[in-house]
Design a protein around this ligand. Structure first.
Ligand code: 2AM
Ligand code: CA
Length: 261
């Protein structure tokens, strides 16, 4: 039986909106710890995860919890599971760049059946349920209808946490740049996916992401008419991360061909 009900969705969205206040306080970041080379966790990441974990457990005690700031071994993937990135765009948060989001998905049967991505700086809340379309602040959204790469605006990443991939990432960025109108690099994967969903971007490519970076955004982009896969077209896993290609659907095969080069 599915854990997903209208009241669970409403409760989860409400809780994410409340948690947004923990990011926007200008004095929010008090401590910064390094998890790996150029990969950081702040007191805000920890506080948002603790807040959501507690509130979601009260809303749905049987749903498991996967979060970026904890050890996630031992999850039973035959049962429902929340997948949370408490702060997607931690480096942006550290620099007051004001482009970060809370990303929460509900996974069932290996798929994200619900996703919410909230940007508390712009108060834009993107949501989607499987088969129910995608919404921004309650209003339906759709991917762009751009069908030629030369008319497209793309986003990509620099894989800051894996510097050994930098040459490949910048080669890829150059190859994309040569074929499109321009490239952007925003530092927040979940919002890049939502921006594909609402047509601000036509495609998005990143070489190394974690499931909490894309679980919610990929549901939102897919429900908005887009396509989100690995660069070779295979489905993305929610258990472990990897490279990602998102598009409005029309550009997917052209982007795949560039990434293969
Ligand atoms: P994060 O801010 O939650 O770490 C930046 O390129 C995007 O990639 C962000 O969405 C960031 O999420 C994500 N990302 C995934 N793995 C990362 C890593 N090891 N280091 C930095 N960013 C990472
Ligand atoms: Ca994060």
């Amino acid at each position: 039986m599915t854990a997903l009900t209208d009241s669970l969705v409403e409760g989860a969205v409400q809780t994410v909106l409340e948690a947004g206040e923990l990011l926007t306080d200008p004095a929010a970041v008090q401590s910064i710890r390094s998890k790996g080379e150029t990969d950081y966790v702040t007191n805000v990441d920890v506080a948002v995860q603790a807040f959501l974990r507690k509130r979601l457990a009260a809303l749905a005690p049987d749903v498991q919890f996967m979060g970026e700031e904890q050890d996630n071994t031992g999850l039973d993937w035959s049962r429902p599971c929340w997948i949370l990135d408490p702060v997607d765009g931690t480096t942006n948060l550290i620099h007051s760049f004001r482009h970060s989001a809370i990303s929460l998905a509900l996974a069932e049967g290996g798929q994200a059946v619900f996703g919410v991505v909230y940007n508390p700086y712009t108060e834009e809340c993107f949501t989607a349920r499987r088969g129910g379309g995608a919404l921004r602040n309650g209003v339906p959204i759709h991917v762009s209808d751009v069908s030629r790469l030369e008319d497209s605006l793309l986003s990509t990443g620099t894989v800051p946490g894996r510097r050994e991939l930098a040459d490949a990432a910048f080669r890829q960025m150059r190859a994309l740049y040569d074929r499109c109108q321009d490239v952007r690099r925003t530092g927040c994967a979940s919002l890049d996916l939502c921006w594909v969903a609402c047509g601000r971007l036509d495609g998005y490519v990143e070489l190394s992401l974690q499931p909490w970076d894309y679980a919610a955004g990929m549901r939102i982009a897919a429900e908005a008419g887009g396509k989100v896969t690995a660069p070779d077209g295979s489905p993305l896993s929610l258990r472990e991360g990897g490279p990602l290609l998102a598009s409005n659907g029309r550009l997917h095969s052209a982007l795949q061909a560039i990434l293969k080069e």
